[in-house]
Design a protein around this ligand. Structure first.
Ligand code: BGC
Length: 733
């Protein structure tokens, strides 16, 4: 459901008719005014009506005053958009978006965005730059942390949920803020995961993969979109009329406005698309970028470009109308000021409860040998808690937490201590100053603590600074001397449970067999500690599922579940390992399929993987018909049984494959998912409705199509499920 919206077109038209060219261009300019960055002439420019938006001020007193100047001291009294990156929470920090994606729970993600919106709105913010819905299939890219992972459907559903959470049912209501879907388009495909690098994405892939979450956000009523920093097929996104004018506006009918990324208009010159800022302003404006974030190309050049006829005033009018419309939709003309008292306290009970639930559902149990988890407070009289991330309030929050309140954080160490009380003796050893440290002087102390305890909880991973914007890595293994720490602890022979906090999938091949269990906690946010403690001691069973494939080694990247089959797909029978190549046999066939000689062709953990403390069994997959016609709906069902003796939740996943198509299709595509709660021993039949429209893809002509033919359909607990049925789509008579 998209936000309710009044038709403000009449008001926009009337206001626009009263504006001078300078005032119009002013609306297209956003100014940075955070601590120490406000321009000296800020007040003067506001009074002259030359600023449309302010970024990075979160002091409600200051913001109310800036609004007052804009409203009362400028000729037309147009209120300001107040922008801020509220990416996964404001004061209360939710798990990083990649962690939230592991919940596979759109309703919870929506609640999380609502919590963030209420806290941001309390500070005077009325526009945020989220959700980031760039499909991310390269864990080297630091911004994978900000994404919902690799899957088109999961990203689309969670992106739309986030938009609903920020914007609410009524954008003009107190506590609603405008969302911004970013970064349009293709940013997640930057070469070798280097932030800001180039992307080359064929049109069919743009349409079938990278565009789709944005279309879903537009359908959910997102108010604004942000362009990407990256070069897309030779035309940087910020100057790309094809994606902005033709697709976004022309095909999808987007009526909100488009903002550049930070100074990305002037960067068109650095890309080599233009010679100077004036040309950059012309390119971006004609391509459909309505507002410039932070730079001054529009401010300095749009007016002369109009005077010289290079840009028509009609183009400017269109951009300004889009911006004004969002201001009217937000109700800023009626309610421009923020009354913090009208909104809940920061870190309210509700906010913390949502953050805790989100963390709980986001954590993925990757392995659990011999049921080492959950620990039992009675059976575990002493526990060694080791590692640099066990008690680091800030580091558990993750990237993009400008306003996050570290004081609200409850660390795993604190939460475990509170949970076990006097039952269990805790021995905490930090062992490393931070995750990157190569100083291992404290390892002996850690080993002593492990030797003296019944079990070890080893907190590993990356601290916040190793992921996020401009924080890409070429080697995504555990940094510093962590692998050595794992080996030393392993040698004690004690049960070792690794809890990994990280902003991306890490390559874990070198430690996966050295530990008994792995809980992958991402950067879990403010309430990460209590969530981890609950899972470790089995108060709740883990239910998170991977939103991104975990490679064995970096060289496998990009590796994702929805790859194409190719002409020579690898199978267990046609691959050869480097250690098995016979000496002096240069002509021997080495399998002749698409694999690497020095690693397995499968990932370490597939997309959708995640264990529980119970065992779920799937069976009896059924399709309601062996054949359906275009336009019909198929019902696919399977029985899910909780074989264990505890109640638990499972994320049931539905995948399809279109076997023959005029454009080759992926080997699997997620087409449905649902969180299901089952009592001990319970069996439920889980049903999915699959309309043939859900099987559409963009073909050679760039149009959506569903082609008749054979389809496979699977239901299961991860993308490698083998429980399959087949059906056929036939042409209607
Ligand atoms: C990022 C955007 C962000 C903007 C404003 C840029 O560097 O790419 O995602 O919204 O800064 O902070």
């Amino acid at each position: 459901m998209s936000s309710a919206r009044q038709d403000n077109s009449g008001r926009v038209k009337t206001l626009l008719a009263r504006m001078t060219l300078a005032e119009k261009i002013g609306q297209m300019c956003q100014v940075e005014a955070g601590d120490g960055h406000a321009p000296d002439n800020l007040g003067e420019r506001l009074r002259a009506g030359l600023i449309g938006s302010i970024i990075n001020v979160v002091d409600v007193g200051v913001l109310n005053e800036l609004q007052r100047i804009a409203l009362e001291e400028s000729r037309l009294g147009i209120p300001l958009l107040i922008g801020r990156d509220v990416i996964h929470g404001f004061k209360t920090v939710l798990p990083i978006p990649l962690g939230q994606a592991a919940t596979w729970n759109p309703a919870l993600v929506e609640q999380g965005a609502r919590v963030a919106a209420l806290e941001a709105a309390k500070s005077g913010v009325n526009w945020t730059f989220a959700p980031m819905i760039d499909i991310s299939r390269d864990a080297r890219w630091g911004r994978i942390a900000e994404s919902y992972g690799e899957c088109v459907l999961l990203t689309s559903e969670l992106g739309a949920a986030t938009v609903r959470g920020f914007q609410g049912e009524d954008l003009a209501a107190t506590g609603s803020i405008a969302a911004c879907a970013k970064h349009f388009a293709g940013y997640g495909a930057v070469e070798s995961g280097r932030d800001y690098a180039t992307t080359n994405i064929p049109d069919t892939k743009l349409r079938n993969v990278y565009f789709r979450p944005f279309k879903a956000a537009v359908d959910a009523g997102v108010s604004t979109l942000m362009t990407s920093f990256s070069d897309l097929n030779g035309i940087p996104a910020t100057g790309n009329s094809y994606i902005l004018n033709d697709v976004l506006r022309g095909e999808w009918g987007f009526e909100g406005f488009v903002v550049s990324d930070w100074d990305s208009i002037r960067q068109l010159r650095i890309h080599g698309l233009t010679e100077n800022d004036r040309e950059s302003a012309a390119e971006a404006c004609s391509a459909g970028v309505d507002m410039e974030m932070a730079g001054d190309a529009y401010r300095n050049h749009l007016s002369s470009l109009v005077e010289d006829g290079a840009i028509s005033e009609a183009t400017i009018d269109t951009a300004v109308a889009r911006i004004l419309r969002v201001k009217f939709d937000l109700g800023l003309f009626e309610n421009p000021y923020t009354d913090p008292g009208a909104l809940p306290e920061f870190g309210s009970e509700t906010a913390l409860a949502v953050a805790r639930e989100a963390a709980l559902q986001s954590i993925v149990l990757l392995k659990n040998d011999h049921g080492v988890l959950p620990l039992n407070t009675d059976g575990c009289s002493s526990l060694a808690v080791i590692g640099p991330l066990a008690d680091a309030r800030y580091e558990q929050l993750g990237t993009w937490i400008f306003d996050g309140d570290e004081e609200l954080s409850i660390t795993p160490l604190a939460a475990i201590g509170a949970l076990v009380g006097d039952n269990t003796k805790i021995r905490f050893v930090r062992a490393m100053e931070n995750s990157r440290s190569r100083v291992n002087e404290e390892f002996d102390v850690a080993v002593d603590a492990a030797n003296a305890s019944d079990a070890v909880l080893l907190f590993l991973g990356e601290e916040s600074i190793l992921s996020g914007e401009a924080h890409s890595r070429a080697d995504i293994g555990l940094p510093g001397d962590q692998v050595e720490l794992v080996r030393r602890i392993r040698a004690t022979g004690k049960p070792v449970i690794a809890v990994i906090l990280a902003g991306r999938p890490l390559t874990l091949s070198n430690i996966v067999d050295e530990v008994d269990a792995i809980l992958y906690a991402w950067h879990p946010g403010t309430m990460g500690g209590p969530a981890i403690a609950d899972l470790v001691f089995g108060i709740t069973a883990p239910s998170g599922k991977l939103p991104a494939t975990f490679p064995r080694v970096v060289g496998q990247i990009p590796i994702y579940y929805s790859q194409k089959n190719g002409g020579k797909p690898p199978t267990r029978e046609n691959v050869v390992h480097i250690d098995d190549i016979e000496t002096f046999a240069p002509q021997t066939s080495l399998g002749m399929s698409a694999f690497h000689l020095d690693t397995c062709f499968t990932p370490l953990f597939p997309f959708g993987h995640g264990l529980s403390y119970t065992t779920f069994g799937y069976g009896n997959i059924q399709v309601s018909a062996a054949e359906i016609e275009l336009g019909q709906t198929l019902v696919v069902s399977a029985d899910l049984c909780n074989h264990g003796d505890i109640e638990a939740e499972e994320v049931v996943q539905l995948y399809t494959r279109d076997l023959v198509a005029s454009v080759t299709r992926p080997v699997r595509e997620l087409k449905g998912f649902r969180r299901v709660r089952l009592l001990a021993g319970e069996t439920q039949t889980v049903r999915f409705e699959l309309h043939t429209d859900a099987l559409a893809f963009y073909g050679r002509d760039g149009k959506a199509t569903v082609e008749p033919g054979l389809f496979h359909v699977w239901i299961g607990g991860s993308s490698d499920t083998e429980l399959r049925a087949d059906f056929r789509i036939v042409k209607s008579d």
